[in-house]
Design a protein around this ligand. Structure first.
Ligand code: MCF
Ligand code: FE
Length: 403
């Protein structure tokens, strides 16, 4: 058992002073430090100092560890050019992948305060490293394929990977399901996979309306995707419409990633069906996809995406980028909302006892020290200064242990 204390503790979106937390693998009690110390006199206290903040461990809801070998092979700047480069270099990137590269990504996330990771697995090459990771992993087995002739084979391959991951499930490793995107997965495959996910109560995620080209293809079978689909898949027609795709998810609250081309009505639809949006601002910028209208999302989460479309997996860098991208938003309010996107909102959307400092929840913490104590104690700026000033944690704790 341990006690930790700091100048501030972030709980229920409020920065409390003078509090301590008692925990072992899970959080046992939160309360005024002196009361807690009297109640647990034999338990040692670590106090992190004057300008420290204890947050629940941050959640990076979307990354692709299997693309960790990419630095400059994939083309940035335009989504369609990026997609062509994925087709050209996918094999090379997978061949260059090793445990060390994926572990570096996990370590980079840990330093930035990430204690739970949504890992999209396209091939299953990241299963071992995720299983042995120090953080908690939501392991999203991806299904992809738009050719109806291959649906059975693809489902069987997906099912195999899913079952392998289900055999490893525990409170650090949560198997789940990723449907790649509306342009790349046949509705028959989507239905089969969602049915399975529902029966096993697995979380679901999907890339959605990431680029202008994707939207054009889904709406009118035209635009830059047309040539690509003709060339690689010998087809001139999208397998889903936007509305048809979304309708498949009505019974399955889902985490939709990107949504840069989603309009107000799409966001209202997400809100109505308890879907969440995972925002990946750096990936969106680097692939030329534009700005997601996050102001319309009720449940907003944040993701770094992978090295396939980013230059680091630090969630602190992602928070900074989000703060800069949405330049019309009120600065302090946006900062608070972004901190919620990596804590409370993710907690609710993932339906796990994480992302909040709450009795009975996992003892996962991200502890930061601000560059300077905020003399005027304007708590409205604590979220902002966490994002601006912090490059890494003082300590990252998962299941009660420093990682
Ligand atoms: O999120 C980014 C951009 N959008 C879509 N897919 C991916 C991203 N990073 C990696 N991917 C993967 C995806 O999971 O690349 C493949 C899929 O396996 C691209 S689709 C041919
Ligand atoms: Fe992605």
């Amino acid at each position: 058992m341990k006690i930790i204390a700091a100048k501030y503790i972030y709980k229920d979106s409020i920065y409390y002073e003078g509090m301590g937390v008692v925990f072992d693998k899970k959080i046992i009690k939160i309360g005024p430090l002196d009361t807690i110390q009297k109640e647990y006199p034999k338990v040692e206290t670590t106090f992190y100092g004057g300008n420290s903040i204890i947050y629940p461990g941050f959640i990076n809801a979307h990354t692709h560890l299997e693309f960790s070998a990419n630095r400059a092979k994939l083309t940035f700047g335009s989504f369609i050019e990026w997609l062509y480069s994925v087709f050209a270099y996918r094999e090379e990137l997978i061949a260059a992948l090793d445990r060390g590269l994926m572990q570096n990504g996990l370590d980079e996330m840990a330093k930035s305060g990430v204690t739970t990771i949504g890992a999209i697995s396209s091939f299953g090459a990241d299963m071992d490293v995720c299983k042995e990771a120090k953080q908690r992993i939501i392991y999203f087995n991806e299904v992809i394929g738009s050719n109806p002739a291959t649906v059975d084979a693809l489902f069987s391959d997906f099912n195999h990977r899913l079952n392998d991951s289900l055999a490893l499930a525990d409170d650090r490793f949560y198997p789940a399901v990723a449907i790649h995107a509306p342009y790349s997965v046949h509705p028959i495959l989507i239905k089969a996979v969602l049915k399975l996910a529902k029966s096993k109560q697995l979380l679901t995620t999907a890339h959605f309306l990431e680029s202008q080209a994707e939207k054009e293809w889904l709406q009118s079978n035209s635009g830059a995707f047309k040539e690509l689909f003709e060339k690689y898949f010998n087809t001139t027609k999208a397998v889903n419409t936007i509305e048809g795709f979304l309708a498949l998810f009505e019974q399955s609250p889902t985490l939709f990633t990107h949504a840069t081309q989603a309009n107000k009505e799409h966001f209202e639809y997400f809100n109505r069906y308890n879907h969440s949006v995972i925002h990946c601002p750096r990936s969106n910028r680097l692939l030329g996809c534009g700005r997601a209208k996050i102001e319309y999302a009720n449940s907003l989460l944040l993701g770094t995406d992978g090295y396939s479309s980013n230059y680091s997996l630090s969630i602190l860098e992602e928070l900074k980028a989000a703060l800069m991208l949405h330049h019309k938003a009120n600065l302090k309010q946006l900062a608070s909302k972004l901190i919620e996107s990596v804590t409370t909102n993710a907690s609710k959307a993932l339906k796990l006892p994480i992302g909040e400092i709450k009795e009975g929840y996992f003892a996962d913490f991200a502890i930061f020290k601000l560059a300077e104590d905020l003399k005027n104690s304007d708590k409205g700026t604590l979220a902002l200064h966490t994002i601006l000033d912090c490059q890494q944690t003082e300590a990252t704790i998962v299941g009660g242990e420093i990682i």
